[in-house]
Design a binder for this molecule. Sequence first.
Ligand code: ADP
Ligand code: 5GP
Length: 214
Amino acid sequence: MVEQSPMAIKRRGVMLVLSSPSGAGKSTIARNLLNEKGNELSLSVSLTTRARRGSEIDGTHYHFVTTKDFERQRDSDALLEWAEVHGNLYGTPRDPVDQAMSEGNDMLFDIDYQGGLQLMEKARADVVSVFLLPPSMTELQSRLERRAEDSPETIARRLENARKEIPHWRDYDYVVVNDDLDGAFHKVQSILTAERLRRDRRPGLFDFEDSLLN
Ligand code: ADP
Ligand code: 5GP
């Protein structure tokens, strides 16, 4: 009989949705999750019509597209969800998600609450949603300013929008206040670790039980 290691127990992939108002730290925490050794998590790379920031790489952080391209993909049902955020269009390409889920791989989504709600509606059993809150509005503003990648007008618009985004913590499974970065990262990592162990995500436990008992 071939012995099965607990690591090989077959399970469904997790769709880890991370949302927050702009500047609360979701890209930073997402990056830490992706860099964590052994995490085997891939990022869903969104389409956006927003202009590329100096530090961003096309195809890695986003697929930067024209409005016409975006609308073409949206209208051909190539997007799993999409939304207008801060005056730009953003959307999640469907194919990479379908592939990751069919292979039992986990995917991370750095998307706003409108997208989060759409994914929860479409794939409730697979989605684990985490909403990040800033410790205060003053800290949120200084993080947006410190990031120094957006114009003062853009920062003002994002702060204004934050007031409408923040109440959506209610729609999420977990809520983490990103005060201390290390602490917040470990909380999100713990959520992922625990959700991976949920019984209902692990159909392979039946085979594992067989291998234990027979
Ligand atoms: P978001 O993706 O939510 O818009 P970012 O991850 O880009 O936010 O973070 C905004 C800025 O705040 C960045 O400069 C980042 O380095 C900084 N930052 C993130 N988390 C913390 C934290 N816990 N304490 C201090 N600065 C932080
Ligand atoms: P930013 O312009 O700062 O990269 O992102 C602005 C907002 O758009 C963030 O809240 C980010 O999470 C969200 N966003 C990024 N990609 C997507 C996406 O594919 N769909 C949705 N709904 N929101 C997205």
